[in-house]
Each structure stands twice: as structure tokens, then as C-alpha cells.
Write a protein that binds this ligand. Structure first.
Ligand SMILES: NC(=O)c1ccc[n+]([C@@H]2O[C@H](COP(=O)([O-])OP(=O)(O)OC[C@H]3O[C@@H](n4cnc5c(N)ncnc54)[C@H](OP(=O)(O)O)[C@@H]3O)[C@@H](O)[C@H]2O)c1
Length: 329
């Protein structure tokens, strides 16, 4: 089968063995996969514990065409998405030490077929296209845990989604709109801010202008929840944009560590700084239910064929996207 492979020669399309279906596993014929920044980090050698070669990809929608022994034929023919969590463990709040994400060390979804444990399969929501369903798993789960669980999202809360053009951030944005929160955004792209306003955001500013974030916060009266994956020095501006008692939820650190951190602001204003990573299997199930309840369609930036997979990665690297980048075998 065809698959995207990252090895010492870099990222390329390759012909690899079709997976053999082990007992307890299902073979899924992939109709659509989606990229996450994680895949590009692995390509750039910037992810922990890289074990080459890697068949990347954590998101997919497809059809179950075979199951291993013991045979549970009930899955055959079903259109499914795959829970990218492996070994989350018993504690709903924190993952196990041997927790890992589909797409390294196990073979991922940027291929024609994948074999996964049957308990990772979830019926794809009927109202979503294959491309939309493929876009959901990793980003949807990360956003759900960050904004719904950690941020305690609720109607009328004043929410700021930082870097809304990102694959995860767009879900946080949509989840916040779904519950009738008051939503503002930041982006490095004016056109993305405009699109978000058209979709229901109350406004937005460019994160490259800290003064604009300060003015926005002042006019809003401070945010109750800020969702961010950039970190870096921007964290101080975002923490200052919170209302007293507000929550700053961080699920990434694209901009690295801050050179300073205004601790007085954090304790004096009773702020919560919350880290968030993926979510438990229960969170995954809750996220899918939430998406079904509010009929949320993931924002698809672009669709590439698997043979153009390298260009899909380059597009993610360029940062010129809004929403998910989908790859189709
Ligand atoms: N902890 C977890 O479980 C988990 C899960 C998924 C992702 N992550 C991490 O979260 C980050 C985003 O992942 P992703 O898949 O959503 O990637 P992505 O689609 O590439 O999104 C990254 C976004 O970051 C935004 N950004 C860039 N510079 C920024 C800045 N200075 N301030 C605010 N936003 C900025 C950009 O927003 P605009 O396009 O609007 O400019 C960009 O679209 C990555 O670091 C990733 O490793 C962590």
C-alpha cells in the first residue's frame, strides 16, 4: 500500500506492506486522514522520542473491512473514526506513563490502510463528510479537554481563542460558539479574523500587536477563559488580558518558553494557569457526543491527495491555513 514515511531521507511517499490484522484488531480502509502540527514536528525532528522510520498521522475516517480473531463482525462495513489515544489508563485526569498517540510509535493514518485495536473504533458521526470526520479526532479531543473540561466553558463566558487559525484552536472556537459563549479571537492573519467574525466571533485582533490585545481586554472587561497553544512571551499579555479569577489554558508551546513571567499578576488576580494534553477515552466519547449535539462541522482548510502528502505538510509548515489540512488516499 502507499503511505507517507519519515526516515533519514525525510518525508516521502513510499510503498509499504499492507498491515496484517492481529487478533483484537480491525483493518480500516482509510478514506481521509488529517494533519496535526505533531506530524510536522516529527518531520522536523522536534518531537520527543522520535523512532525512525515513522508512518505519521493521528486522524482518520474510513471503513472497517476486516477484523482479527476473535471475530466481531459487527464492525465490518462501518464508517469509523479512530480514537488516537493509546493506554490513557485509569486516571481520567492524567495519562499513564506509557501513554502514546497514534502515529508514533505505532503506525499512523497517512496511508491507504491501518490496523488498530477494535476498542479504538468509534462510529463516524453521520452528519459529517469523510473529510470532516477525519479532521475531528486529535484536534477535537485536545480542544474539548482544554476548553470544556479545564476552561469550564459555559454560556455567556467571555472567551478568547488565541491563534484561532490552528487545527486545534478552530475546534475550541467552534465549541465556544456552540454553547453561546461570548467569543473573541486572535490570529496572525487578518482574513482569518474576518472569517471568524463572519462565523460569530465578537471581534478579533492580531496577536503580533500586544497593545491590541490589551485594548480588546479592556473593552471586554477581561476574559474569563483564554485558550492558547503558542506560549512564549505572549503568555504575559494573555494573562494580563484575563479578568480576575480567569483561566488561561495552554495545550502547546509553539513559541517556546517565556523570557519572563509576571507572577504577581497570577497570584494577585487569582488566575488559574492550566495545562492540557489530549484527553481520556471518556473525554473522546464526550467530545464526539458534543459535536453531534451541536452539529459542529470541522473547518477544513484544504484537501490534498496522499501522493501530494509532502505538499500538505509544507502547507502546514507555512502556517497559511485556517482549520484542518486533510489528506486523501
Ligand atoms: N497537548 C496536546 O495534546 C496537543 C495536541 C495538539 C496540538 N498540540 C500543540 O498545540 C500547538 C498547535 O497545534 P495545531 O495542530 O493546532 O497546529 P497548527 O494547526 O499548525 O496551528 C498553530 C497555530 O498557532 C498559531 N500561532 C502561531 N504563532 C502564534 C502566536 N505568537 N500567538 C498565538 N498563536 C500563534 C497560528 O494561528 P493563526 O493561524 O491564527 O495565526 C497557527 O495556526 C502545537 O504546538 C502542537 O504541538 C498539543
Amino acid at each position: 500500500m502507499k503511505a507517507l514515511i519519515i526516515n533519514e531521507q525525510g518525508l516521502h511517499l513510499a510503498e509499504v506492506e499492507k498491515p496484517v490484522v492481529a487478533s483484537g484488531n480491525a483493518l480500516v480502509k482509510i478514506s481521509a486522514s488529517a494533519l496535526n502540527r505533531r506530524d510536522q514536528w516529527i518531520r522536523e525532528g522536534l518531537y520527543p522520542k522520535i523512532e525512525l522510520p515513522v508512518l505519521p498521522g493521528s486522524d482518520a475516517c474510513g471503513e472497517v473491512i476486516q477484523v482479527g480473531d476473535p471475530i466481531d463482525t459487527s464492525w465490518i462495513g462501518k464508517r469509523v473514526i479512530i480514537n488516537p489515544n493509546n493506554n490513557w489508563g485509569e486516571n481520567p485526569k492524567i495519562q499513564n506513563r506509557d501513554y502514546h498517540i497514534l502515529g508514533m510509535p505505532t503506525k499512523g493514518t497517512l496511508a491507504e490502510y491501518i490496523s488498530v485495536p477494535v476498542d479504538r473504533l468509534v462510529n463516524a458521526p453521520l452528519f459529517l463528510s469523510d473529510e470532516e470526520a477525519a479532521a475531528l479526532p486529535l484536534g477535537g479531543l485536545t480542544a474539548y479537554n482544554a476548553i470544556v473540561n479545564k476552561g469550564e466553558l459555559a454560556k455567556d463566558k467571555k472567551v478568547l481563542i488565541s491563534g484561532v487559525g490552528g487545527g486545534v484552536a478552530q475546534f475550541a472556537f467552534q465549541f465556544a460558539l456552540a454553547v453561546d459563549a461570548q467569543v473573541w479571537v486572535t490570529s496572525g492573519k487578518e482574513n482569518v479574523i474576518g472569517q471568524c467574525v463572519a462565523l460569530g466571533a465578537r471581534g478579533g485582533v492580531n496577536y503580533k500587536e500586544p497593545q491590541a490585545i490589551k485594548s480588546l481586554s479592556k473593552s471586554v472587561g477581561g476574559f474569563d477563559i483564554i485558550i492558547d497553544s503558542a506560549g512564549g512571551d505572549g503568555i504575559n499579555t494573555l494573562l494580563e488580558a484575563l479578568a480576575p479569577g480567569g483561566k488561561y489554558v495552554l495545550y502547546g508551546a509553539t513559541k517556546g518558553l517565556p523570557s519572563t513571567l509576571n507572577l504577581r499578576n497570577i497570584f494577585w488576580n487569582q488566575l488559574s494557569v492550566l495545562g492540557s494534553t489530549m484527553g481520556s477515552d471518556q473525554d473522546f466519547s464526550d467530545m464526539v457526543q458534543f459535536v453531534k449535539k451541536y452539529q459542529i462541522h470541522p473547518i477544513i482548510d484544504s484537501i490534498f491527495s496522499l501522493t501530494d502528502g509532502v505538499q500538505a505538510f509544507d502547507h502546514m509548515k507555512s502556517g497559511n491555513h485556517f482549520g484542518k489540512i486533510v489528506v486523501k488516499p
